[in-house]
Design a protein around this ligand. Structure first.
Ligand code: 13P
Length: 340
């Protein structure tokens, strides 16, 4: 089937009461890992590329790899999503290339670092909603700012610096008409989220629940949702790495989020850890190896295992067959009908 809109996948997930992992990619092997995991678990899937990933890969490569994925895995409903677009122009370039979903992160200024005003956020998000919906493309926005920095994007600092205000979230959705809302509840991008197992003081699940109460029909998005498992950290450190002790978002908390309106869960770091651990292991155990396939194959397999596990834990496993793809042109008509 062709690439589908994220709105279709999130609507379907809401009906089924499950969450859908959105996994970041930069190259062919990561796309292959995700598609293999999706086939193994029969899951719909969101593949996402940040601005950094688009620059690294020259995004036409990524786009065509994703078209290859739809040809090779025709039974898997697959979304191609822009992660953290920093301006309407960046979102437009992704839409023009064929992305079926974009994130306009107006919680930060176009420098991707400075927290913006509510008015600025509404203005740019609304602009992207108008542009994207005319083509049937989905829009994710963000209110409140995540902690940390990823690919040069992020407010830095702790995840608690710019938490989402539930009343403001409600107003933001009303004013912008977006499809999915990313919220800040204490998580950060990257491996170093929490200095110990998070509690209600550092991971604000009650804020998420309060937002869901106000916006029961809005698809919520949890960013910075890698669990940073100890076993993946240990493999890296066992084979010469130097990760400092760290904690991620426990899967049970994500599952609680899914019960409270979370439909999209962003995961990048866990896959980076899996890949790096597998490559380090080959380098340490077989220093004579120099064929990239000797370490890329185990790396691909290690990432596939993590993705397949998350697909099962988020509940999307087994749901690939539920979908009849809705063409983007039809999605555009649906948006137009609602707007009239
Ligand atoms: P992690 O760093 O927790 O994997 O988060 C990724 C993310 O939120 C991408 O937008």
């Amino acid at each position: 089937m062709p690439l589908v809109s994220m709105r279709q996948v999130l609507d379907e997930a809401a009906k089924g009461g499950y969450g859908v992992g959105a996994f970041n990619v930069n190259n062919m092997e990561q796309i292959q890992s995700i598609m293999e995991a999706a086939r193994e678990t029969q899951s719909p899937v969101i593949v996402q590329a940040s601005r950094g990933a688009r620059a690294y890969s020259q995004d036409r490569f990524l786009y065509h790899l994703m078209i290859a994925a739809t040809e090779l895995y025709p039974e898997i409903p697959t979304v191609l999503h822009l992660d953290h677009g920093n301006s309407p122009e960046t979102c437009k370039s992704a839409i023009d290339m064929g992305f079926t979903s974009v994130m306009m992160d107006g919680s930060l200024m176009p420098d991707g670092k400075t927290p913006s005003t509510f008015e600025y956020n509404v203005e740019v998000t609304k602009k992207v909603v108008e542009m994207a919906h005319a083509k049937g493309v989905t829009v994710e926005g963000e209110i409140g700012c995540l902690g940390g920095i990823e690919d040069g994007h992020g407010s830095g600092g702790s995840g608690l610096d710019h938490l989402t205000d539930p009343a403001q979230a409600e107003e933001f959705v009303k004013l912008t008409g977006l499809d999915a809302l990313a919220i800040a509840i204490g998580t950060s991008h990257g491996a170093y989220k929490f200095a110990k197992q998070p509690s209600g003081d550092t991971l604000k699940m009650e804020t998420l629940i309060a937002i869901h109460k106000r916006l029961p029909n809005t698809h919520l998005v949890m960013h910075g949702s890698s669990s940073v498992p100890k076993d993946l950290q240990d493999i890296i450190n066992q084979y010469g790495g130097k990760l400092k002790p760290t904690w991620g978002v426990p899967v049970e908390e994500i599952q609680l989020g899914i019960k409270n309106g979370v439909r999209k869960i962003n995961v990048d770091t866990d896959n980076r850890l899996a890949i790096t651990g597998a490559i380090r292991k080959v380098f340490m155990e077989k220093p004579e190896e120099f064929d990239p396939r000797s370490y890329m194959k185990p790396a691909r397999e290690a990432m596939k295992k993590v993705v397949a596990l998350r697909m099962t834990q988020f509940g999307q496993a087994g749901h690939a067959k539920d979908y009849t793809p809705i063409p983007l042109a039809e999605m555009a008509k649906k948006y137009e009908a609602v707007a009239v």
